[in-house]
Design a protein around this ligand. Structure first.
Ligand code: GDP
Ligand code: MG
Length: 329
């Protein structure tokens, strides 16, 4: 059975809203990337060296990342040889299968968060200005609240004007409390207070916002280290997750940011925001392969329920939805 058929069976068995979110959120990438792949397949009569060269170019344009593309092309060539594939029509399904494989073989498969079964779980969000930290916190707060958890927010971005209010607005929208100090105050002190509040209110989850920009990069990294130290001191084992938020629309720049933050804080997972805003959604694969940090969530829009746990199969379905749906029984 072809990979598309298997995927179709799986997807139709679980026609849930999550799959639809992936399909909807990946529309731009699907139109661009899959459009080019379809065009390529239509133009070739057999799978040859030129075919692979063009495919390589399409993958690079989708921001899949050079190393990952090379690995993928090698895998595809081997598979074509092994199964003696001649017809380009068969390639979409094979490409999809290899995309899932390459993602899942790059490391830990689970996008699950390290949630404490008893007691407080502290999650710290880091990333440069505008990537979507505050929005992601709002969306995650909504998610946890829906699961029946008691959630608290800590307004740790005291640098950017309006940042505290923005988080509070999200808190009100979701119906959770925000612990804050004034603009310009010490974010480590905000964290300290937020932890005390979380303990006394017996909260399950504390989501901590941080600044994305200070006077300079060194200051920012120092501030993040200090914030982290305070959290560690107050709760052994915390923060339980340090989530780095990256903006998918910034492409390879996101990888550079990740390397900087990785050096300063112990990043445990990536949130890739604004996947809906880019036609180059292949960046997921580049991040996964080149950083060795799991992509735990992806942002697929600006609404409360537009944050989803990353899932390689649903992602690939989003890339080739029409073809998967057309796959014959
Ligand atoms: N389309 C889209 N927009 C997003 C997503 N996540 C965040 N944004 C938008 O990105 C902008 C910056 O987000 P914000 O949370 O303020 O970033 P921060 O500076 O890192 O806290 C806002 O206009 C958000 O609505 C997403 O997944 N999709
Ligand atoms: Mg913010």
């Amino acid at each position: 059975m072809s990979f598309f058929k298997k995927l179709k069976e799986k997807i139709t068995k679980s026609t849930d809203s999550v799959t639809e979110k992936f399909k909807e959120g990946l529309t731009k990438t699907r139109d661009s990337f899959s459009g080019k792949v379809n065009d390529l397949i239509a133009r070739y009569r057999k799978v040859d060296e030129d075919f692979f060269e063009e495919l390589e170019e399409i993958l690079i344009q989708a921001d899949v990342g050079f190393e990952t593309v090379m690995e993928l092309i090698d895998e595809l060539k081997m598979e074509v040889k092994r199964r003696n594939i001649q017809d380009p029509e068969e390639m979409q399904s094979v490409i999809s299968e290899k995309l899932v494989n390459i993602y899942n073989s790059a490391g830990e498969q689970s996008s699950a968060l390290n949630i404490q079964p008893d007691g407080l779980t502290v999650i710290l969000f880091v990333g440069v200005n505008g990537v979507g930290k505050t929005t992601t916190i709002g969306k995650l707060a909504y998610r946890f609240k829906t699961e029946g958890k008691k959630v608290l927010l800590a307004a740790g971005d005291t640098f950017r004007a309006g940042a505290i209010e923005q988080l509070e607005v999200w808190g009100e929208r979701v119906g959770v409390e925000t612990i804050k100090h004034g603009e310009g105050s010490d974010p480590a002190a905000v964290m300290y207070d937020a932890i005390q509040a979380a303990k006394s209110r017996k909260a399950d989850i504390l989501l901590c916002d941080t600044a994305g920009r200070l006077q300079n990069k060194v200051n920012l990294m120092k501030e993040l280290e200090k914030v982290k130290r305070v959290i560690e001191r107050e709760i052994p084992g915390a923060p339980h997750e340090v989530l780095l938020v990256l903006d998918a629309t910034t492409g390879q720049n996101a990888l550079i940011q990740a390397k900087t933050f990785k050096e300063a804080t112990n990043v445990s997972g990536i949130v890739l925001s604004k996947l809906d805003g880019t036609a180059k959604g292949g960046i997921v694969l580049a991040i996964r392969n080149e950083l060795e940090i799991p992509v735990k969530f992806v942002g697929l829009g600006e609404k409360m329920d537009d944050l989803q746990e990353f899932d390689a199969e649903k992602y690939v379905y989003g890339l080739f939805a029409e073809q998967v749906e057309k796959a014959e029984e």
